[in-house]
Write a protein that binds this ligand. Sequence first.
Ligand code: NAD
Length: 474
Amino acid sequence: MSDFAPDSVAFATGHYIGGEVVQAGERIDVARPSDGAAYADLPIADADIVDRAVASATKAVAASGWASQPPRERARALRRWADLIEERAVELGRLEALGSTRPIAQAVTGDVASVAEGIRFFSEWADKLGGEVAATRHDNLGMIVSEPYGVVGAITPWNFPLSMASWKVGPALAAGNAIVLKPSELTPFSTVRLAELAVEAGIPAGIFNVVQGNGVVTGDALSRHPGIAKLSFTGSTRTGIAVMKAAAETGIKPVTLELGGKSPQLVFADADLDRAAACIAGSLLANAGQACVAGSRLIVQRPVMEELVARLKARLATVAPGPTWKAATSYAPIISETQARRIDDILERSRLQGAECLLGGTRIEGHGGAFYQPTLLAGVTAQTAAVREEIFGPVLTIQAFDDEAEGLSLADHPEYGLAAGVYTADLGRGLRAMRALKAGTVWINRYSRTLDFILPTGGYKSSGIGKDLGRQAV
Ligand code: NAD
C-alpha cells in the first residue's frame, strides 16, 4: 500500500438518484478528520428530494424486473458488483480513507475487501428465500411466501461508512428490494461511489439510491416517508429512539436498530493474560475505539489485575497516529473536534467522580485533526460517567471482581448489551458466562469480528432490535 495525496482523489458530491448524481439542496462543508480541513461541500436533501429518491426507487422496482427476474440473475449482478468493488479496491479505499477515520492500509485490505465478500455472501441468498408450506389440515394447502418489501430505507453512521452501507444494501438487494440510503453527513462520499459501481455492474439504475444530508432534515424525512416499507438504522441510541418514533408516526413500518454499546471485557484469573491483553488492546486501538462493539469496560479478577494492566500499558504505550492517507498510519483520528470534546468532557466528569488515569487521558497534539491517547481509567464504579456512557474513543475503564457472580454482575450494563468478551481457560465457565451475559455477541478468548458473515450482529436492551448480517438480516 502506498501513500496518496488527499487532493488527488476525485468523487461526486451530490445525491445519487435513479443512476444520476443530483445536485439539489442547501450545502454544508465537510471536513477531513485527519487534518480538519474542509475539502468538499454537501447538499442537504429536504423532504422533496427524499421523495424524489423514494419515487425513483419505487419506479425502478416496478419497471426494472429487479424483484421479478430469476433470482440467480440478481445474484449474478450482485457478484459482478462485488468483483468490481475488488477491482477498484484502491480507488474506493482512498475515498474512504480521505473522508473518514479509516487509515488507507486498513480501508483497502480490511473494509473494502470485506464489503466485496459481504455482498457475495448476501448474493447467495437470492434464490434461497422461498418460504414454507404450513402444517395445515391435510385437505388444506397453506403457503407462507417470502416477499421483498419494495423500497427499504437505510441510515448509516460515520465510523465504518462503506461496511455499514454494505450491511444494509446487501440483504435488501439480494431479496429483490430497492434501497434509499442516507450516509452520515460526516462521511458521505464513498457511499455514492459504491452505488455508482452497482450501476456499472449491471444493477438497474434506481435500485440503489443515496440521499445526502443531516439527521434532522434528511434522516427524519426518510424515516417518515410513507413509501419506505422497512427502515434499517445504525447509529446512537438517542437517534435510534427518534427514528423509531418518526417511523411510527407516519404509518407502522418495521424498524431494525443497531445502536450503541458499552461492552465488557471479563477476564478471569485463569486466562491466558497475554492473549487477553492482545485482544483487549486490539479492540481499544481499532478505529481508536470508535466502534459500536468496542470492549470499553475491563472487569478483571483481582489477583491478575496488576499483571494484566501492566501488559495492557505495554501494548498501548506506542501508537502510530497520522493522516489516513499515509500507508504507515495505523491509529485513527477522532472523527471531529465535537467528538473529541465529548471525550474530554466524559473524562473530566469521571475525574471529578474520583477516576484516575493510569495511561493517556489527553489528546495527541501536533496533528491538524484530533487524536486521542489510548487511555486507562481506574478508580471507577458503576456510577462513573466513563463506565455508564458510550464514549466512542480509546478509553478503557478498569474494575476488579472477586468471584464469578460479582464479575457477571459488574459486566451487566443497565442500558447497553451489544457485545462482550470473556477470557478464561475453563470452557464451562466461558459457556456459563456466555449464557448469563445479556449481549448480542459474546466472544470467548478473542474479541473481533471475522469474515463469517453468517454470524448476525445486534443488541439487547437499548443496543437495538433486529440484526445485521447472517440469515437474520436477509
Ligand atoms: P448518530 O446517531 O449521530 O447518527 C447516525 C445517523 O443517523 C447519521 O446518518 C445521522 O445523520 C442520522 N441522524 C441523526 N439524527 C437523526 C434523526 N433525528 N432522524 C434520522 N436520522 C438521524 O450516530 P453516529 O455518531 O453517526 O455513529 C456512532 C453511533 O453509532 C454510536 O452510538 C455507535 O455505537 C453506533 N453504531 C452502532 C453499530 C451497531 O452495529 N450496533 C455500528 C456502528 C455504529
